[in-house]
Every structure is written in structure tokens, then in C-alpha cells.
Ligand binder design. Structure first.
Ligand code: CP
Length: 307
């Protein structure tokens, strides 16, 4: 039962519970007209303390498409946060007004604190460099829809693996499926943190600095942006920002059925010429994000299709 639960990190839900969300997301994508009133009378709060395009707008589109409504902020300086109100108090107050809360915060661990204060289902929409579980649901549904399964594949993760919350969440989530191998492709300064590697110690992984060497082995290549906003030293960012650029030459080294994913936004790390390659799935991935968030909202609110 997912009703009234919180989602702070992917392993808050069992593999079976995650699979049930993905299956519902795929059903909604096929027949969205069956779901236009399932959340009528329900209210979602989107509290975004950090910029977002996909996550906030796909949550808001999702709730609108389910027949529910939305309140919230995308600029915390216009809320009482700017007067010094605590996160816990904000969540308690908002929980009195709405049925479900999605929050993005710039601080790692903020989602955990907020979920403990929340009497309504709480969804972590990304907390600092920690976790981004609804991006992971988005990644999983895209892989499953394209490959038919989440088992038996090699996943290359490339770019900023140190600060990238999307790869931290995805590695954790994928390590629970069968026959998974990871290749972590990053400059030394942006390697996958030890604490994440410890969490996935049941899974085989290799580490390399060479994207070219990894290309032929990957069934899924998950590109990430080097995130300017996570660096204290602007010179280090300048030095590392173009460490990897996926272009058509590198794509020629990959399997014919490899998938390229990216949580987006991209900057330079995927050349626009790759967009035309049928293996580029990142725009499709962003679309799946809305359907899987519709499924998640329905499950957490216990909304059902009524005949
Ligand atoms: N993938 C993702 O989280 O994108 P936004 O930052 O635009 O929400």
C-alpha cells in the first residue's frame, strides 16, 4: 500500500511498489483520457526552493491532468521563508492546506527533515546533491518502456557523479534489479562518492575517466551536466565543465540499441547533433516524467479510476 506514504529516496519503496508505479505510468500514457478526474477535489503543493523546469512543471501538469489543483511557490523569497520561518513550520502549515506536498530544496537532507514534519504524503523533488527519487522513477519507466525490463544491463553514468543527485538515486534504485553492472565515467575530481558505492556493494562496477572506452559496453548511457551551482571554486568548474561531450563520433562506438538518457537540463555535454539519433531518448524521458508523476500522485493519494 502506497497510500499516505512519503518518498524521500528510492528505497523508501520496495521494488514491487516501484514496479506498480511504473506500470500505472505506462497505462496512463496509453489512455490519459481515463484519468482526467481521478484526483478531483485534491490539492498538491509544489514548494521549490531551487530552480526547476521539468520537475515542477511536470508535477503541476500531472496534477492538472488528473483533475486536481495546485498551490505553491517557485521563488522562496516571496514566501515567509524570507522572514526566517523554519522548514518544519512551513511544511506543517502547508500540510493544513493541501493533500500532498512536493518539495525541492538546495540542502542535502532537507527532504528528510520535511518528511518528518509532514502529516500529508511528502515527495522529495530533489535535495541538494543527495537524492532525486522522482527523476529515478522517470529514468526507470523510460528504460522499462524501451527495453521491456529493468534486469540484465550495463549502465554507464557519465559526468558529475560526485554532486549529481540523479545518479546517486538511480544507482541505488538499479542495484536492486538482477544482472546489473555499472560503469562510472568521471574525472577524478567528480568520481562517484564512496558512500554511494558502499550502498551498491552487491553490484559489479568499474570506474574510468574515458567515455570512448566505455561506449561499446553500455546498454544505457546516462549523461549528466557538470553543475556550476555545486562548485565552491569557479575555476575548478571552468576546468571540468567540458570533460565529456557526447557527439556523433562517440555514438558510432556504441551498440545499435544503446539508449542515451540525461535528466536535463543539458549544457554542452550532449551535442545537439545527437538529438537526431534514434538512440537519444532524453526528450522522451522528460515526457515520461509527467506520466510517472501522475502515477505517483495517484498512488500516494489512493486515487482510483472510477467507471
Ligand atoms: N531533471 C530535472 O530535475 O530537471 P529540472 O531541474 O528542470 O527540474
Amino acid at each position: 500500500m502506497l497510500e499516505n506514504r512519503h518518498l524521500v529516496q528510492p528505497d523508501d519503496f520496495t521494488v514491487e511498489e516501484i514496479d506498480s508505479i511504473l506500470d500505472l505510468g505506462m497505462k496512463i500514457k496509453k489512455t490519459p483520457e481515463d484519468y482526467t478526474r481521478v484526483c478531483e477535489g485534491k490539492l498538491l503543493a509544489t514548494l521549490f526552493y531551487e530552480p526547476s523546469t521539468r520537475t515542477r512543471l511536470s508535477f503541476e501538469a500531472a496534477m492538472n491532468r488528473l483533475g486536481g489543483r495546485i498551490i505553491g511557490f517557485s521563488d522562496p523569497s516571496a514566501s515567509s521563508v524570507s522572514k526566517g520561518e523554519s522548514l518544519e513550520d512551513t511544511i506543517t502549515i502547508v500540510g493544513n492546506y493541501v493533500d500532498i506536498i512536493a518539495m525541492r530544496h538546495f540542502e542535502s537532507g532537507a527532504a528528510n527533515i520535511a518528511s518528518r514534519a509532514s502529516k500529508k504524503p511528502f515527495i522529495n523533488a530533489g535535495d541538494g546533491k543527495n537524492q532525486h527519487p522522482t527523476q529515478t522513477l522517470t529514468d526507470l519507466i523510460t528504460i522499462k518502456a524501451n527495453r521491456g525490463s529493468l534486469d540484465n544491463m550495463t549502465i554507464g553514468m557519465c559526468g558529475d557523479l560526485k554532486y549529481g543527485r540523479t545518479v546517486h538515486s538511480l544507482a541505488k534504485a538499479m542495484s536492486r534489479y538482477t544482472g546489473i553492472k555499472f560503469i562510472f565515467i568521471a574525472p577524478k575530481e567528480l568520481e562517484m562518492p564512496d558512500y554511494v558505492k558502499e550502498q551498491i556493494s552487491n553490484v559489479e562496477y568499474e570506474e574510468t575517466t574515458s567515455l570512448e572506452e566505455a561506449m561499446a559496453k553500455c546498454d544505457v548511457l546516462y549523461m549528466t551536466r557538470v553543475q556550476r551551482e555545486r562548485f565552491d571554486d569557479p575555476q575548478q568548474y571552468e576546468r571540468l565543465k567540458d570533460s565529456y561531450i557526447l557527439d556523433t563520433d562517440k555514438m558510432s562506438l556504441a551498440k545499435d540499441d544503446m539508449m542515451v538518457l540525461h535528466p536535463l537540463p543539458r549544457v554542452n555535454e550532449i551535442s545537439v547533433e545527437v538529438d537526431e539519433d534514434p538512440r537519444a531518448k532524453y526528450f522522451e524521458q522528460a515526457e515520461y516524467g509527467m506520466y510517472v508523476r501522475m502515477a505517483l500522485i495517484m498512488k500516494l493519494l489512493g486515487c482510483k479510476v472510477v467507471d
